[in-house]
Design a protein around this ligand. Sequence first.
Ligand code: DUC
Ligand code: ZN
Ligand code: ZN
Length: 479
Amino acid sequence: MSVLIKGGTVVNAELSLRADVICDGGLITAVGADLDAPSDATVIDAGGQYVMPGGIDPHTHMQLPFMGTVASEDFETGTTAGLAGGTTMIIDFVIPGPQQNIMEAYKQWREWAEKSVSDYSFHVAITWWDDSVHDDMGTLVRDHGVNSFKHFMAYKGAIMADDEILVNSFARSLELGAIPTVHAENGELVFRLQKELFEKGITGPEGHPLSRPPECEGEAANRAIRIAEVLKVPLYVVHNSCRQSLEAITRARNEGQRVFGEVLAGHLLIDDSIYRHKDFEVAAAHVMSPPFRSSEHQDALWKGLQSGNLQTTATDHCCFCADQKAAGKDDFRLIPNGTGGVENRMEVLWHHGVSTGKLTMNEFVKVTSTNAAQIFNVYPRKGSIAVGADADIVVWDPQATKTISTKTDHQNVDYNIFEGMEVTGCPSYTISQGKVVYADGELNVERGAGRYVDRPPFAPFYDALKKQAQLAEPVAVKR
Ligand code: DUC
Ligand code: ZN
Ligand code: ZN
């Protein structure tokens, strides 16, 4: 079955042009003026609309077992919600428990993800260290299409990676041609601040941001960046929420270091006053880490995106319903951390980014799709409208409006952090693997249609980095 998208403007990261697009056999087979439809083709009239690469959300946690419960959104419902919002690929995380065999965890997550309706891939978290972890990292890169490893610098006593783990895993990543990524928060400081606040009687959600100040994030981001600098390995810092971590990234990039930064739609648009909301349910629904920050930080993050010092946007989609959040009713430290957004990332970024003149349409494509595809090495298969690329496409109606609400969204969670937000600019069609899976508000998805996407290592570039690392051996001292 083929699809002809007719009369639209194709918007790629590097250029926009009036062109029709034909999809056949899951791939884009033609891009050009006045293309004729094959006789069996479904024809989409994209007049007055933009035809863009489907979004890639490089940071989600579907059905994550976390803080004594399991995220409510699974791989089927989560990827369905993504498609309704124009996101055609997610990169989720395998997170082994402390001492859990890495390959066993990887297989478990692969099994859970088989029901996905759109394509997906996995970063793998390194939560502990021994020779088996070292070897399993090699197996994952060589045989299983993994080219990125995640390190949580927070969550002491659970999945936190200390400096020893960071150093071992970053060095191993360089050897393998993989990119380390970090959740940057100083877990020791967070642990101490949480305890102090609780002992002072601050037990509600307002304690959450107080226990995780921006300085904790800035310190951890800078530490990870400097470790990566010494080891000569590129680094990706996930969900930057504050000026301090952005400054650490910007400084390093200005010094020529290969560091990438991600920002979440929520951190760009929601401020920390929400944690002081009178209703526990509302405040708790926003508990995620790092927390939402004051508007000073949002301004800085937008500038980071505009300047190119932050390259990707994500959601950290990790949903917990009110009954799950209630576990922390009397102790904010027990509120499961996580918020949703996979369905709304593209539209809130368009509305607040493109419509306000902060981002061009091409920059929008870069930060919602192309940059993630390039950084995680699946470009141009993903992240571009080009002959031979996967036919993962969103047709974008810049005039369409909607009010975001949990009553109408497809996310499997009872609270939408963008509740009530009015946006102009929404997907009218989403095409995944060449099939129309979302059209004018109707979904037509198939459980299990999503494919695991292999991401190869970064071999030639890393060879040069490895040579540099070897050159940096100590010079003998003559006495
Ligand atoms: N932060 C969250 O809010 N949830 C899942 C994991 C994380 O780092
Ligand atoms: Zn995180
Ligand atoms: Zn996360």
